[in-house]
Design a protein around this ligand. Structure first.
Ligand code: UDP
Length: 328
């Protein structure tokens, strides 16, 4: 695996052999948490995965049933817990799709605040590296385009989406406070729209909706006029960026996402092309505070992590096709 003397996990815990690093992943049964768990196990680490299964799904980790280096515990991180010594904590737990965090409004605020504080306490107690999964939603409906990490955002603090946006912004403030006041080795990744296998087929996000609708020969539901933009990152690219960041000396937020920007109509076109479907488009109302555009400036990730995405949208959709077909 890729650890050496420069690895902050190893230098933080010199008594532990990095080959037997023990890692806590919160939200391990979720889309990103389960892919991250796979990568960590693939590198030879031991992973304790926790998830309260509010939006996570055991089917995402079913293939790890007989993996001796993986332990799963169903628990809510809003209740304090002690996982024993760990070398790294990846805080991935949170509802993440708009319909789910609107349904779980209070829970989303709690996991970003109380849950994240509990995870930070664990990192502090065991001198572990800590990475928090933050989001491009910190930029709200951005007035600066593309978004650099130094942009403070344009967020409605009381709109329906605020339960997610403000939870994530609070979690960033909390994480920086644990770094500055308590010396915890923290990292903040601002994740832009990500897709791939295990993106929940019914969680209401655009790629999962379009893929499932196309495969069922149903109309694709385009919200608004479809001219709003997003920049879609394939999950394997995103996980690579997260791992590099968690092993870097960077404590301020870093954007990880694919900077190639698509309108939602272009996204629909790509889905129709990859699936071969002939579905029509059905226009529906735009949800409140739906950002009109979003595109990461990834100069910082390129410079400090030597990272950039490698998989374009059509290739990523092709790589996701079997998964969505299996869910039809
Ligand atoms: N969207 C859409 N049709 C759908 C689902 C989403 O047109 O069936 C739009 C949504 O309004 C937004 C974009 O696609 O402008 C991305 O939405 P998603 O929920 O995937 O993520 P967001 O970036 O809003 O968190």
């Amino acid at each position: 695996m890729s650890c050496g003397n420069a690895d902050p996990f190893l230098t933080k815990n010199p008594e532990r052999n990095c080959l037997t690093m023990r890692v806590l992943v919160t939200g391990a049964a979720g889309f990103l948490g389960s892919h991250l768990t796979d990568r960590l196990l693939g590198e030879g680490h031991t992973v304790l995965g926790v998830d309260n299964l509010s939006t996570g799904d055991l089917s995402n980790i079913a293939h790890l049933k007989s993996e001796s280096r993986f332990v799963f515990e169903q628990r809510d991180i809003c209740q304090p817990f002690d996982p024993g010594p760990v070398d790294a904590v990846y805080n991935m737990a949170s509802p993440a799709s708009p319909p789910e965090y609107l349904r779980l409004a209070i829970e989303t605020l709690r996991v970003g605040s109380v849950g994240t504080e509990n995870a930070l306490e664990i990192a502090q107690k065991y001198n572990a590296a800590f990475l928090h999964a933050s989001t491009s939603e910190c930029y709200g409906d951005p007035l600066e385009h593309p978004q650099t990490e130094s942009y403070w955002g344009n967020v409605n603090p009381v709109g329906p989406r605020s339960v997610y946006d403000e939870a994530k912004r609070y979690a960033e403030a909390l994480t920086m406070a644990y770094h500055r006041s308590r010396g915890v080795n923290t990292h903040l990744v601002r994740i832009f729209n990500t897709y791939g296998p295990r993106l929940h087929p019914s969680d209401g996000r655009v790629i999962s909706n379009f893929m499932m609708q196309a495969l069922r020969d149903e109309p694709l539901t385009v919200y608004g006029d479809g001219q709003q933009t997003r920049s879609f990152c394939y999950v394997a690219d995103l996980i690579e960026g997260i791992l590099r960041l968690s092993r870097s000396g960077e404590h301020l937020p870093v954007n990880i996402g694919n900077p190639v920007e698509f309108t939602i109509l272009e996204c629909a076109e790509a889905v129709l092309e990859v699936t071969g479907a002939k579905s029509e488009l059905r226009f529906e109302p735009l949800p409140q505070d739906d950002p009109t555009r979003r595109r990461p400036d990834i100069s910082k990730a390129k410079a400090i992590l030597d990272w950039e995405p490698k998989i374009d949208l059509r290739e990523g959709l092709r790589l996701s096709l079997d998964f969505f077909k299996s869910k039809v």
